[in-house]
Design a protein around this ligand. Structure first.
Ligand code: ADP
Ligand code: MG
Length: 292
């Protein structure tokens, strides 16, 4: 990354950065974890996320009904199921947006997610991609990534400091990963829908999440963009745990490579689990979801 590239639009960036920096303090990673939790997530047992017996009711309606689910460290898990099955509500519980009426949720073996606030959950390493991208359209692709890096409360860098060599390298690597290196200086607002989604994923990656939650990430993408998104997620597998909610079965097939476990949600609980071909052949799954 060149200094010219780094300086491009620095004034504009500072303006946006100042806005988004309100109330944010710097501090290194351990200070961040320590302040919030007194401990880092413990992944020694191989489990990244553990939901047990989670129930969420909205005016008496059970959106989640004794849902239990475990995601392993580094696992890429696809979650499918009909509209209203509770997929988004499950993500709301994991990220602290919705509090369940009953059940337990832990990150690693030691961190009780139900005791943390939304921002604390983001800080300990759970990133969520919403369907509507939140990229800053007026900034360049590069500046959006820079902003995401510097907005990370754990980062040592102040919002106005020059990027360190290591930070520039990280932005460069991320640009490559999300297929946007040639678009680095382009205004984000001019990107295609798919490219904006990738930028959003890149911004999440700048915060080094251990667990990534992706709700219908390829909705509205072209076939080619969808395929490249699957390649991107496959390249993240192992380094991160990923939970991907999606209706596009071709995409799910590509992600699961014929053998990985897929979870089918229905009426707020797990209806079936197994390789895609098995759950697709499951009469219960056909009846409530695929047969429609
Ligand atoms: P999915 O993402 O699988 O389509 P959701 O988790 O969005 O399903 O919704 C599950 C059910 O809970 C739906 O019937 C939905 O209408 C209901 N629901 C979700 N959020 C709320 C809410 N904030 N208030 C009332 N009902 C809700
Ligand atoms: Mg949903």
């Amino acid at each position: 990354m060149t200094p010219e590239l780094q300086q491009a639009g620095a004034a504009k960036l500072a303006e946006f950065a100042a806005k988004s920096a309100e109330g944010q303090t710097s501090g290194d990673r351990s200070a961040g974890y320590g302040r919030v939790l007194g401990a880092e997530p413990d992944f020694a047992h191989g489990v990244a996320l553990y939901l047990d017996d989670i129930t969420v009711t909205f005016d008496g309606f059970r959106a989640l009904n004794a849902l239990s689910l475990a995601i392993n460290v580094g696992e890429l898990r696809c979650i499918i199921g009909p509209n209203g099955a509770g997929k988004t509500t499950m993500m709301d519980v994991i990220t602290g947006k919705t509090r369940p009426d009953a059940g337990t949720a832990s990150f690693g073996s030691n961190i009780d997610l139900l005791r943390l606030r939304e921002n604390e959950i983001a800080q300990i390493g759970i990133g969520r991609k919403f369907q509507k991208p939140t990229v800053v359209e007026q900034l360049s692709v590069f500046e959006n990534l820079e902003l995401a890096l510097k907005a990370d409360r754990r980062a040592r860098a102040s919002l106005f400091s020059r990027l360190t060599g290591a930070q520039l390298d990280r932005i460069g690597e991320t640009l490559q990963l999300i297929h946007l290196l040639p678009e680095a200086q382009r205004t984000a607002g001019l990107l295609s829908h798919g490219q904006k989604q990738w930028l959003e994923i890149g911004m999440l990656l700048m915060q080094e999440p251990k667990l990534l939650l992706l709700d219908e990430p390829v909705a509205g993408m072209t076939d080619e963009e969808t395929e490249r998104t699957a390649e991107l997620f496959l390249s993240l597998e192992g380094k991160h745990s990923l939970v991907v909610v999606e209706h596009d079965m071709k995409f799910v097939d590509q992600l699961t490579e014929g053998w990985k476990k897929v979870t089918v949600l229905h009426e707020g609980s797990v209806l079936a689990e197994g390789p895609l071909s098995d759950v697709q052949a499951n009469p219960k799954v056909v009846e409530v979801y695929l047969g429609r």
